[in-house]
Structures are given as structure tokens and as C-alpha cells.
Design a protein around this ligand. Structure first.
Ligand SMILES: *[C@@H]1O[C@H](CO)[C@@H](O)[C@H](O)[C@H]1NC(C)=O
Ligand SMILES: *[C@@H]1O[C@H](CO)[C@@H](O)[C@H](O)[C@H]1NC(C)=O
Ligand SMILES: *[C@@H]1O[C@H](CO)[C@@H](O)[C@H](O)[C@H]1NC(C)=O
Ligand SMILES: *[C@@H]1O[C@H](CO)[C@@H](O)[C@H](O)[C@H]1NC(C)=O
Length: 289
């Protein structure tokens, strides 16, 4: 086995940062240390924001008092909130140090239409987590609401105001989920085009008038239907009384919102919808009464 290569970096916080540490620009006084097989520890000097010459001391996250801001980050006990104090004990500054902790987490993003609304959902862990969301298309920031809990999942809804206007999506959406706990940091990235994640709502107003089955586009679909056409799958119930069970006859990839029956029938039928031009998800089925 090769011996582990130990690279010791010395970093002065607020000065120029070395490779293994970076500041989170969206959270005040918060820094992330990246350790790896090659970099097993990071030496950092925390700088207290007081006028030069002012006497200060630091308190570590486990309440140890130390004269200087020099710390060595190797493991979780070394990270957390370091506070800087005047000799009187008053806190004048702090630096939150987090360990980068890449974890796999399934992020599921979905859109009901091309209006630019989409949502992303994930399962929270047991320990308290703070989430910071950033979404972009190219250089434009996409606004997102604060995450909410729904069915024990965390869901965030975003709305790109530019989308329904033009049919083609030239640039993909980049979605960043930053997960912050008391001592760790993790970034999950997902990149997609809205057309990849589109799952329409089911069609509506299903009508069986004897020889003709009809339905309408889902209410939430972009309303310029000629620009954003859907295709449909239809399944029609066929009674098999002899076997005592019903079976279904499937008709695939129907381009309009009508289906002609060869003979009159009052049986139940179901419809689902998908983008006509792109192999994205089919909607859930919806059935006539
Ligand atoms: C230091 O403190 C001053 C005054 O409180 C503040 O304006 C400045 O942004 C702080 N600098 C840093 C690097 O935190
Ligand atoms: C760190 O400590 C400072 C000073 O007590 C406090 O203002 C800040 O909210 C703390 N930050 C975190 C993330 O614990
Ligand atoms: C698209 O779906 C969203 C819900 O995700 C809805 O708020 C919006 O009104 C829908 N757009 C159109 C054009 O129906
Ligand atoms: C469309 O997507 C489905 C499910 O993801 C896949 O099984 C199928 O091969 C795809 N068809 C084409 C033509 O890409």
C-alpha cells in the first residue's frame, strides 16, 4: 500500500484562501474545508475582525479557549462555530467552519408544463438541515420559493419567467441544493431542460358519447396547443364476462383529442398524455366514470 500523502496547507481566513477551503458567499462568515485522501488536514488561521493591536481570544466549538485563531481541521470535532472575544468576554466576531461531506441524495425535479414552473424534491435526513437553493438558466437567476415539507419530502418550487414565451430551450437549467448542518456542507447539482422533466397533468373532461371518445388538454398545459402539442394513449375496457374480469385494449400515440370506436360501447376508458415531440414522462392515467 502506498503511504498517504499528507499535504498541509496554511490558510489565513479573510486573506487569500488556499485550495482546500472556500467561503460560502451566501452565508455570512461561513467556510467549507475539503478534505480527501490526499489532503487529510487543513491548517487555518482565523482572523478576528477588530482593529489591529486589539487583544482578543477565541473559543472553539467545544468551548475551549485559545489565544490565537490557529486551528487544524482533520475531523468533525474540529469544525463548527468559532467565536472571537474581547478580554471582557464580549463576542466581536465568529467564523463557522464546515466539513465538506459529499453524500448521495436523490433529487427529483418535475414540471407539469412548459410555463417555467418546476419543482424539485428530496428526502430530509434526521439531523436538522438548512437548505439554500440556487437555480440558473445561463446567467439568469431563476427565483425559487422557500422549501416546504410535503408528504415527508422537502419540496421547492421555482419559476423561470422566460420559458413559455419561446418554444426552444437553448440553455439548460442548473439547480443547486446546498445542504448545511451544524458541522457539514454538501452540494447537490442537477442540470436539466424543462422538456426532460415534464410530466403533464392527466387530460380532463373525458366524454364517451357512444361511438366517439373525447377529452381535453390538461388545464395546466401551456395554452398555445399548436406550439406545445401532446399525444395520448387510450385504453378501453373490454368486458369478458365469461372470465369474470375486464381487460383493456390499448391504443398508442394518438395525436388528437378524439377516438372513434368501431362499434358503440358504453364502457369505461382511460387516457394519459405526453409531449408529442419529446420523449419525456407520460402523465398519470385518468379514467371516465
Ligand atoms: C469587519 O467589521 C466591519 C464593521 O463591523 C464591517 O463593516 C466589515 O464588513 C467586516 N469585515 C469582514 C471581513 O467581515
Ligand atoms: C455563531 O456564533 C455567533 C456568535 O454567537 C452567532 O451570532 C452565529 O449565529 C452563530 N452561527 C451559527 C451558524 O451557529
Ligand atoms: C403550469 O403549471 C403550474 C403548476 O406547476 C401552474 O401554476 C401554471 O398555471 C401552469 N401554466 C399554465 C399555462 O397553465
Ligand atoms: C423513451 O423513454 C422510455 C422511458 O424512459 C424508453 O424506454 C424509450 O426507449 C425511449 N424511446 C426513445 C425513442 O427514445
Amino acid at each position: 500500500m502506498l503511504p498517504l500523502l499528507t499535504v498541509i496547507l496554511f490558510t489565513v481566513l479573510n486573506g487569500n484562501l488556499a485550495e482546500g477551503i472556500r467561503e460560502l458567499d451566501f452565508l455570512k462568515n461561513t467556510f467549507v474545508v475539503d478534505l480527501s485522501n490526499e489532503v487529510i488536514q487543513e491548517d487555518v488561521e482565523l482572523e478576528c475582525n477588530v482593529s489591529t493591536g486589539q487583544d482578543v481570544y477565541w473559543t472553539t466549538p467545544n468551548s475551549q479557549r485559545q489565544k490565537t485563531g490557529k486551528i487544524t481541521v482533520k475531523e468533525y470535532v474540529d469544525v463548527g462555530n468559532y467565536t472571537c472575544h474581547l478580554p471582557t468576554g464580549d463576542i466581536v466576531d465568529y467564523k463557522v467552519i464546515l466539513l465538506n461531506n459529499p453524500e448521495s441524495r436523490h433529487l427529483h425535479c418535475e414540471a407539469k408544463n412548459y410555463s417555467g414552473h418546476f419543482n424539485c424534491a428530496w428526502t430530509p435526513r434526521k439531523k436538522p438541515e438548512q437548505y439554500v437553493i440556487q437555480a440558473y438558466r445561463g446567467l439568469n437567476t431563476i427565483p425559487c420559493d422557500a422549501p416546504v415539507i410535503s408528504d415527508s419530502r422537502v419540496v421547492v418550487t421555482c419559476h423561470d419567467p422566460e420559458t413559455c414565451v419561446h418554444g426552444e430551450e437553448e440553455k439548460r437549467i442548473l439547480f443547486h441544493l446546498h445542504v448545511i448542518t451544524e458541522k457539514s456542507y454538501d452540494l447537490h447539482e442537477q442540470s436539466f431542460a424543462l422538456r426532460d422533466i415534464t410530466k403533464p397533468d392527466p387530460p380532463q373532461h373525458l366524454l364517451n358519447s357512444g361511438r366517439l371518445l373525447e377529452w381535453k388538454y390538461p388545464k395546466t398545459w401551456c395554452n398555445i396547443h399548436s406550439f406545445f402539442p401532446l399525444i395520448f394513449n387510450v385504453k378501453i375496457e373490454t368486458s369478458k364476462k365469461s372470465e369474470g374480469l375486464n381487460s383493456w385494449k390499448h391504443h398508442k400515440d394518438i395525436e388528437g383529442t378524439k377516438f372513434h370506436l368501431s362499434k358503440k360501447g358504453k364502457l369505461q376508458f382511460c387516457v394519459q398524455a405526453r409531449d408529442m415531440f419529446y420523449n419525456s414522462s407520460w402523465s398519470d392515467w385518468i379514467c371516465s366514470k
